[in-house]
Design a protein around this ligand. Sequence first.
Ligand code: SF4
Length: 641
Amino acid sequence: MPVESLFERLEPLLPLVQKPIQYVGGELNSQVKDWDACDVRWCLMYPDAYEVGLPNQGIQILYEILNEQDGVLCERTYSVWPDMERLMREHEIPQFTVDGHRPVGAFDVFGVSFATELGYTNLLTALDLAGIPLDAVDRGDEHPIVIAGGHAAFNPEPIADFIDAAVVGDGEQIVLTITEIIRDWKREGRPGGREELLFRLAKTGGVYVPRFYTVEYLPDGRIRRVTPNRSGVPWRVSKHTVMNLDEWPYPKKPLVPLAESVHERMSVEIFRGCTRGCRFCQAGMITRPVRERSITTIGEMVEQGLRATGFEEVGLLSLSSADHSEILDIAKGLADRYEGSKTSLSLPSTRVDAFNVTLANELTRNGRRSGLTFAPEGGSERIRKVINKMVTEDDLIRTVTTAYSNGWRHVKLYFMCGLPTETDEDVLQIAVLARKVIEAGRKATGGRDIRCTVSIGGFVPKPHTPFQWAAQADHETVDARLLKLRDAIRKDKQYGRAIGYRYHDGKPSIIEGLLSRGDRRVGKVIRRVWEDGGRFDGWSEYFDFDRWTRCAEEALRDEPVDLDWYTTRERDYSEVLPWDHIDSGLDKDWLWKDWQDALNEVEVEDCRWNPCYDCGVCPQMGTEIQIGPTGKKLLPLVEVK
Ligand code: SF4
């Protein structure tokens, strides 16, 4: 049956909403395939506004891979702002894709990628607008299969009621497997209906279907056990790991946003995974091991991507870009290739100890000095040992001196507050560090126009990290420390005015903490918040802490658990954690040992350059660290297929 575009009905509403262009689609490199010529149709969503969602690499990669397949189409949808939501409800316009303006409810799969848990209420808005029942068990064969992915899916339990399935890890290969399973099931005449399709997906061992697992609780509220309730589904569901990034050089044709977006540059992922071992960092833990993309593929992806988009900035993406074994050759090769053009290079995440003069020079050779951000994360040497961020004060001063001497005038430093074992003194050390940074900059340049901005985020303990057992600091403690730090910076007559200070209060972190380490019972809280009007919780102008605390109290009234139980309570070794049946490859005993090492301020070296310390990932997942140097050069460029 043909599925009509909703655009004609949508168009009259566009002058009535803010930023209407975000709903129009038709971006350079977007695609609208013939509906009837395809038999498996995906709709992918990033559950935030277009300006945040469009640049998302995960969505762009899968969008392109799926659309390259014969008989498969893929379109995108983003969260609509509340003004648009109101009008859509009034005019009975369902959630639509920005590509073909087709109703999301008509697709076979509705895949939602969660970079943060604060997008959960936006999932409910999209489901409701799409006419898809919120509860997965109420859905029929006519509704799409709702699949969650992204980092937050490593603990899908808080949204277990609302999703049909979750996929953890790299998406490139598994989306094709899922596509094949759906295609076969449809061709066979949909035997067994939706339940059978979900069962076929679950049997692969790499798709988690919450309804096939029963959670039992102890009287005190902890989980007794999580067990499969159907034979044939695995006890634990494995993450997916793409081992050869060169075989997946996506996106080849990145999307160019129509409206303003958070990143307006072409991004190329230069490696995946990180084994630095920062204990707070969920991304580093769940994406192990390190797999580098080769210098030749990177060179060609940049060339192709620039040609396809017209962007003038290239971001070399990864969790810690200066750690690529051939980063200097990459930066030099690209600077040579684009010498004299307006193309500039940036490393969005650079480790303090991996930045050096040569790299600085290559990055600035073509003129622009884009922002430099370093993340010491902890103010004192002691707390940096706890979090395994092996960066000394000397490293930081040496690095900022390099940056200031090479023409940068402004350096941003990122820290966290509320870390395990943290004291006021650890946080106040941030002011001392910032002062030394300005002092070093003035000395290096002889000038006074040196600036440094200190940004602080609240720490949230995350699943699959050594801090998964830690008590989260309450927001009163975090807020008090942040104010003390602000006062210490302001009081500094000599340097204080050169130091910018950005921080958010600790309340959103508590809710993020609830959603990160929650179990299935937290679903009731999410639903209540959404019914109460909760939307866009990642945006400070929409986030409402009182609503969350009130709804948590109401929704959990009959349970032996509450908001504090999920957040500020320390867990012990024997506790069954809600995500234990999701296999990230990390050995739970190793994580526990690393947690004990944190408490004892013992550091662990990076296994890329030191012996393996048995975190469990490589043997469990059948993977290995893949790093160079390969000795190859970026130029001349070699075409990527
Ligand atoms: S198993 Fe060993 S080599 Fe592999 S990521 Fe873990 S520590 Fe590193």
